[in-house]
Design a protein around this ligand. Structure first.
Ligand SMILES: Nc1ncnc2c1ncn2[C@@H]1O[C@H](COP(=O)(O)OS(=O)(=O)O)[C@@H](OP(=O)(O)O)[C@H]1O
Ligand SMILES: Nc1ncnc2c1ncn2[C@@H]1O[C@H](COP(=O)(O)OP(=O)(O)O)[C@@H](O)[C@H]1O
Length: 202
């Protein structure tokens, strides 16, 4: 626990000043779902579509974060909790810089997602459940991980021998087993664009 620290607080240059500069409202879009459900594909697509509409964005994807800031973490419960804690703290930095911040991490338990929501703040946390059943993800097996996990070559694999608790009350649910990429992306855009559209006050 950090002691004897005194964070600076600048009341002149606020997040609102930065949002005004960027002509957008900042938000954290937190995508939850099994490996292979479509998080990274949709996160990338959403980021590009928003960029093309003139928004400044930042994508934080689990695999990428685990290649850098989280590269000392594995897939135990404790490491996943720390992985999400650091990822949420990182997202909060981008949020406070006024960016539309898109996070795509499995985030497998209610405890983990609540922690992320508490770090970021409920008002700025938009949870999207990218839902595809385990069997569909295993069939897709984009990275060959399901085959390895089912052969016992990977331990603590989400949905197999590590838990995945479905979000009970997400802000948005996308069924990637029932709708194609274009439909899924459009649903995301319909939900997010109004929330980041800048409307000058007064
Ligand atoms: N055991 C196990 N279980 C699940 N996933 C595994 C595992 N080992 C490696 N991978 C790869 O790690 C990516 C998930 O990392 P995350 O940081 O999103 O996971 S978590 O939120 O901490 O649970 C995940 O990426 P996605 O497929 O994009 O979800 C995998 O590429
Ligand atoms: N509606 C959809 N949205 C996103 N991806 C989809 C959809 N339908 C099928 N897919 C496919 O599912 C796979 C998802 O892989 P990926 O985005 O890497 O998942 P994750 O990041 O959750 O592990 C891709 O091969 C993608 O083409």
């Amino acid at each position: 626990m950090a002691e004897n620290i005194h964070p600076i607080f600048d009341s002149t240059l606020t997040r609102a000043s930065k949002e005004e500069l960027l002509r957008q409202r900042a938000i954290v879009v937190w995508m939850v779902g099994l490996s292979g459900s479509g998080k990274s594909t949709l996160a990338k697509g959403l980021e590009l579509a928003l960029h093309q509409r003139g928004h400044l964005t930042q994508l934080l994807d689990g695999d990428n974060l685990r290649s850098g800031i989280n590269n000392n973490l594995g897939f135990s419960d404790a490491d996943r909790l720390e992985n999400i804690r650091r990822s949420a703290e990182t997202a909060k930095l981008f949020l406070n810089a006024g960016l539309v911040t898109i996070c795509s991490l499995i985030s497998p338990t209610a405890e983990i997602r609540n922690m992320a929501k508490n770090i970021i703040g409920e008002a700025d946390f938009y949870e999207v459940y990218i839902n595809a059943p385990f069997e569909v993800c295993a069939q897709r097996d984009v990275k060959g991980l399901y085959k390895k996990a089912l052969n016992g070559e990977i331990k603590n694999f989400t949905g197999l021998d590590a838990p995945f608790e479905e979000p009970q009350n997400p802000d948005l649910e996308i069924r990637t087993d029932q709708e194609d990429y274009a439909v899924s992306l459009q649903k995301l855009l319909d939900a997010i664009v109004p929330r980041i559209t800048f409307a000058a006050l007064g």
